[in-house]
Design a binder for this molecule. Structure first.
Ligand code: ADP
Ligand code: MG
Length: 401
């Protein structure tokens, strides 16, 4: 892989595929971590007199323009972080993009509109994706891949475009991959993994690989309920993936064989309905119940106090920790205690701590923790998981050549 230093960027149009997929609430950026993470790469290119064309996806628009997923607010914030003005193209490969890029002087930056406003970006059809990549390639002389959060996607701007331009890996991806190597190749033990979040099926796969690597696996968040169900417990209205029950049972079995300690919640915080994460309206029926006694009409939304203590104990002597996925619906204060406890336990340990996942990283910051106290906060959830699963990541493979 080439790095930015290997490219002669002065006076060249450099396409930077970033991951600026930040959480937005009514057009306001609630966590700008991903923008700050890629800013040093852009600043370096600016310094060296490149014409920088930044591009990203945001959310999941359906292959056509959708104002709620516009990157316009991100251009403003990126400008503030860089301390210079960042122009904004109202489309990706259309008239606006062409004109905005043509107007760039050396050392200037522009941000294109959401790549996913074009169906070619995420298309499964190689030709359709390739056609979009051809159009993007017209806008640049060089390509820098630095959208770590998207490298596991075989998308036009991630996979097809770097094949069309001289390319290099950006500083963010270089750092991220360095950290992940430390988790796979030279891990210091005990190695403890905490998994939570809501995307159960995305995360069950990584366990398969971790069963050969981790010493302890702590399960919280939505995934926990599939495990509890598999063990024969009632989980009420909690998140549940019945099709994963056999897999989960096999994992528990293999953990025993491999001497990997599996730690499930022993108590959970529940409510009869999903909390309002916008208004933070009080949860009238908040209750803590044992993990084997979830009422049929309740949903498990956080780990309980006994589990918080148990998890803290299991993290105390760790030398390496990988944490992906909030262990509760931290967006509502009533269900944020578990996630807070996990974050605190990471800080209290002497371990090299890695936090992966957009929501996990946002949780750490939103809950008021000092992010510099963690070993590394990754900008990519799915990407870091797939790396740990041992999969080939299209966006990294594309930069290899
Ligand atoms: P990440 O982005 O860190 O990879 P995910 O996207 O998988 O994490 O999941 C984050 C979401 O998981 C948060 O919005 C949180 O509210 C939700 N979550 C955590 N625990 C539960 C639970 N028990 N039930 C439903 N959702 C949950
Ligand atoms: Mg997420």
């Amino acid at each position: 892989m080439k790095t930015i230093e290997d490219l002669d960027v002065t006076g060249k149009r450099v396409f930077v595929r970033a991951d600026l997929n930040v959480p937005l609430s009514d057009g306001t950026i609630t966590d700008d971590g991903r923008i700050r993470a890629v800013a040093p790469t852009i600043a370096k290119l600016v310094e060296r007199g490149a014409k920088v064309v930044v591009a990203s996806h945001l959310g999941r628009p359906k292959g056509e323009p959708d104002p709620q997923f516009s990157l316009a607010p991100v251009a403003v914030r990126l400008g503030e972080i860089l301390g210079r003005s960042v122009s904004f193209a109202a489309d990706t490969v259309g008239e606006s993009a062409k004109a905005t890029v043509a107007a760039l002087a050396d050392g200037e930056v522009t941000l294109l509109e959401n790549l996913r406003f074009n169906a070619g970006e995420t298309s499964k059809d190689d030709a359709e994706r390739g056609a979009f990549a051809d159009e993007l390639a017209v806008l640049a002389d060089l390509y820098v891949g630095d959208g770590f959060g998207a490298v596991h996607r075989k998308h036009a701007s991630v996979y097809d475009l770097p094949a069309r331009l001289p390319n290099a890996v950006g500083d963010l991806i270089a750092t991220e991959v360095g950290v992940l190597k430390r988790l796979t190749e030279e891990v210091e033990r005990p190695y403890v993994v905490v998994l939570g979040g809501s995307k159960v099926s995305d995360k069950v796969g990584v366990i398969d690989n971790l069963l050969g690597k981790a010493d302890r696996i702590l399960i919280g968040g939505g995934m926990a309920y599939t495990f509890l169900y598999a063990l024969g417990h009632e989980v009420g209205l909690s998140l549940l993936q019945k099709d994963q029950v056999d897999t989960v049972l096999e994992y528990l079995e293999r953990a025993k064989t491999n001497g990997v300690e599996f730690v499930l919640p022993v108590d959970v915080a529940v409510s009869g309905k999903f909390p309002d994460t916008k208004t933070h309206a009080p949860v009238e029926d908040f209750a803590v119940v044992d993990a084997d006694a979830i009422p049929a009409d309740k949903e498990g939304l956080d780990i309980g106090p006994k589990t918080r203590e148990l998890f803290a104990e299991k993290l105390a002597d760790a030398k390496t920790v990988f944490w992906n996925g909030p262990v509760g619906v931290f967006e509502h204060p009533a269900f944020a205690e578990g996630t807070k406890a996990v974050a605190q336990a990471l800080l209290d340990s002497d371990a090299f701590t890695v936090v992966g996942g957009g929501d996990s990283a946002a949780a750490v910051r939103i809950l008021g923790f000092d992010e510099t106290k963690f070993g590394h906060i990754s900008t990519g959830g799915g990407a870091s998981l797939e790396y740990l699963e041992g999969k080939t990541l299209p966006g990294l493979a594309a930069l290899e050549g």
